[in-house]
Design a binder for this molecule. Structure first.
Ligand code: FCB
Length: 442
């Protein structure tokens, strides 16, 4: 099919991580507590009672980790900044040691030829702000904008791209409705209110950063899914459309159109918080890029049917490489952005370290097949400019603790030893092959 597709010469090949999942050093150099530190203390919330206090100790081992990325021949690195490391109380006093860390990290990337792609919010809200209502408090719009400007002032245009939010659905829905993520609230109205404030914070931050005349690209990152009805019954089709409105369009529409999707608004009915439609328009700032995190599709049955005979990852997620093709084609049609990045794509498997090696064939296949389908979308005109594999390292997988291994690099949490899995070597060789093609063409 697209075996011969050649990715463009300036295509960004990268890996992605996030602060709370890898940094550790949770109480080092003045970092304030985050909602994940607090959530991890609540009994029964995290598998095995684990937390991110040490994680991959990336705060101390960052040079070694950047060396690994460079060693794989990659050209870009997507990471996130921990808000409570930079402003421990969330507002007010800035922690210079926290900013110093990101300063070193970014210079370290540049020295190694790695383009920095920075995410401002990957879920680790300062606990001090949660105590003031967190995402449910309208004040958070300017708390967040101030934080973003603080980061920008220090790192500026050394950063290639700034992303405001990683997967706002997770913050709003998992954090405030389902309660399976910090802060662990279970209230639909609060979740919807949080999602509204996130949209406002996104828009206001883009405005504030544009006002700095930044040369960096500005955008956001959404988790998106193809949604398929299990049968062509009217009930299944309706249910699929509703789910699509709730998980995909609830986050796409504000950013692209400045509105929430009607179908979902009608469904939420009395749970809808009061929303100012005029104010929401601020969310629809021109984007330089949209980041897409793709993992699996939803298959919707009103009769409780489940997809049989499909391969699944250790998360139980269907392995569906064609989904990346369908998703990108549909997006480009309905929500055209000048540029897309795949900001996350990857899989957890039960990896085993044996004699210093990890033979993760399933992950190699996963990557190969997804890249092939991504290539197909690009061949058909979708402007995808980069791919960030999730993740560089095995890490703290939120409510699953350390039980799920997503890395292309294995981490021994006792010794912090990193070992390249076969998938890392495969990715390295794949990228090298792409470069060879390009060199031949010149
Ligand atoms: C995404 C998150 C990321 C990681 C992967 C597996 O939803 O953005 O932090 O947990 O899933």
């Amino acid at each position: 099919m697209t075996e011969n597709f050649r990715f463009p010469a300036d295509f960004r090949w990268g890996v992605a991580t996030s602060a709370y999942q890898i940094e550790g050093a949770a109480f080092t150099d003045g970092r304030g507590p985050s909602i994940w530190d607090a959530y991890a203390l609540m009994p029964g919330k995290i598998l095995g009672g684990q937390n991110g206090t040490v994680a991959c100790d990336h705060y101390h081992l960052w040079e070694q980790d950047l060396d690994l990325i460079q060693g794989l021949g990659l050209s870009a690195y997507r990471f996130s900044v921990s808000w409570p490391r930079v402003i421990p109380e969330g507002t007010g006093k800035v922690n210079p040691l926290g900013l110093d860390f990101y300063d070193r990290l970014v210079d370290g990337m540049l020295q190694r030829g790695l383009e920095p792609h920075l995410t401002l919010y990957h879920w680790d809200l300062p606990q001090a702000l949660q105590n003031r209502g967190g995402w449910a408090n309208p004040e958070i719009v300017h708390w967040f904008t101030d934080y973003a400007l603080t980061v920008y002032e220090r790192l500026g245009d050394r950063i290639k791209s700034y992303c405001t939010f990683n997967e706002p659905w997770c913050t709003a829905e998992l954090g405030h409705h389902i309660g399976r993520h910090a802060p662990g609230i279970q209230d639909l109205k609060t979740a919807l209110l949080a999602s509204y404030h996130i949209q406002l914070a996104h828009g206001e931050t883009l405005l504030a950063l544009r006002a700095q005349n930044t040369r960096a690209e500005l955008g956001t990152v959404l988790n998106l899914y193809p949604v398929d009805p299990a049968t062509d019954s009217e009930a299944d089709q309706e249910a699929a459309l509703l789910l699509d409105a709730k998980i995909n369009r609830w986050y796409l529409d504000p950013v692209f159109r400045g509105t929430f999707p009607e179908r979902a608004v009608a469904h939420y009915a009395e749970h809808m918080p009061s929303i100012d439609p005029e104010r929401l328009k601020v969310a629809a700032q021109p984007l330089d890029f949209l980041g897409v995190n793709y993992y699996y599709r939803y298959w919707v049955s009103t009769e409780g049917k489940t997809l049989q005979d499909v391969e699944r990852t250790d998360m139980g997620w269907e392995i569906y490489p064609e989904g990346i093709y369908r998703l990108m084609k549909d997006l480009h049609q309905e929500y055209p952005a000048p540029k897309y990045y795949i900001t996350e794509n990857g899989a957890a498997f039960k990896d085993e370290l044996q004699n210093g090696e990890v033979h993760d064939e399933a992950r190699v296949r996963f990557l190969r097949d997804h890249l092939q389908h991504l290539g197909r979308a690009m061949q058909e005109g979708v402007p995808v400019h980069g791919y960030f594999e999730w993740s560089l390292l095995d890490n703290f997988e939120w409510a699953f603790g350390y039980a799920k291994r997503f890395g292309i690099v294995h981490v021994d949490y006792e010794t912090q030893k990193r070992t390249l899995k076969d998938s890392a070597k495969w990715y390295r060789d794949f990228v090298m092959q792409q470069r060879k093609f390009q060199a031949e063409e010149v």
